[in-house]
Write a protein that binds this ligand. Structure first.
Ligand SMILES: C[S@@+](CC[C@H](N)C(=O)[O-])C[C@H]1O[C@@H](n2cnc3c(N)ncnc32)[C@H](O)[C@@H]1O
Length: 263
């Protein structure tokens, strides 16, 4: 049995819903329990579900530095994993904390810290739970300024330039990954941007931030997505624009998985 998950390889044929291919197509969002799609910019619960079952064990601690509507924390709770979220917006953090209570698992602990993931003192918070490391980190940052999450200047969606966005995300990686246990994993969910008639490959730039820091690249997963809320009902006009021009419509985003091999 691998040390980083609970999979029993004697029963490997029973795990047919655990993905092992790099193309992740989800037809429908999992809306069971308290999961809902109301937080604009959230991801589907299937993403944390797949990652947590593959890379964590029951009782492990998961950190989500961009908590938002709490999809990862809900999923962690359901799967018997403990979780710590960080969210800049106080009202969002409070709503999510309430949502978590609606489906509380008595065997798990979970807390949302209101703060800036670039600078918040994570070590201090971990100590409150009697731990000094986490076993998985899931990063779902703003895709730079595609969706503006708040007016807070510390919000990564308010970075004025690509470089300041990458610099800020790098600070989040440094501030959080020092608390990831060695030989464990982290993942980033991110999409690209199109502006001024060209692609800004945010995904690959962000991937590079981890590679520059000595993480071992374990997976480049491509996940489908449908129209975002903003573009719903505009399918035809976007198809027309693409066909009349030289670009393609985004239908995918990335999930990069890394292993921490240095202390
Ligand atoms: C893409 S959303 C995450 C959505 C989440 N995965 C979900 O399923 O609901 C990014 C979140 O990061 C938050 N955020 C932006 N900058 C931040 C920062 N510096 N520190 C902490 N949170 C930040 C935003 O307020 C937003 O809620």
């Amino acid at each position: 049995m691998a040390k980083y998950n609970d999979l029993d390889m004697k029963k490997w044929k029973e795990y047919d819903d655990i993905l092992t291919d790099s193309l992740w197509i989800f037809d429908k969002r999992d809306k069971s329990g308290v999961h809902n799609a109301s937080y604009h910019g959230n991801f589907v619960p299937q993403i944390p579900n797949q990652l947590f079952r593959r890379y964590t064990k029951k009782g492990d601690w998961i950190l989500d530095p961009f908590t938002g509507g709490g999809t990862s924390l809900i999923e962690a709770q359901r799967l018997g994993r403990n979780s710590i979220g960080i969210e800049l917006q106080e009202d969002v953090a409070k709503n999510t904390q309430e949502l978590l209570l609606e489906e509380k698992n008595p065997d798990t602990k979970g807390k949302i810290i209101i703060g800036d993931s670039r600078t918040v003192n994570i070590g201090e918070k971990l100590q409150q739970f009697g731990i000094d490391k986490v076993q998985f980190i899931i990063y779902h940052p703003p895709y730079w300024d595609i969706i503006k999450f708040s007016d807070n200047k510390n919000d990564l969606s308010n970075c004025e330039t690509l470089n300041s966005f990458l610099d800020s995300f790098g600070q989040v990686i440094d501030n959080t990954s020092q608390y990831l246990e060695k030989n464990r994993y982290c993942a980033v969910v991110i999409g690209d941007k199109y502006a001024n008639s060209e692609i800004v490959p945010l995904g690959f730039y962000c991937m590079n931030l981890f590679m520059m820091r000595g993480f071992k690249m374990k997976a480049i997963l491509v996940k489908n997505f449908d129209e975002t809320k903003g573009k719903a009902n505009q399918k035809a006009i976007w198809r027309y624009r693409a066909l009349a021009s030289d670009f393609y419509l985004f239908k995918h985003e990335y999930i990069f998985v890394f292993k921490k091999i240095k202390q």
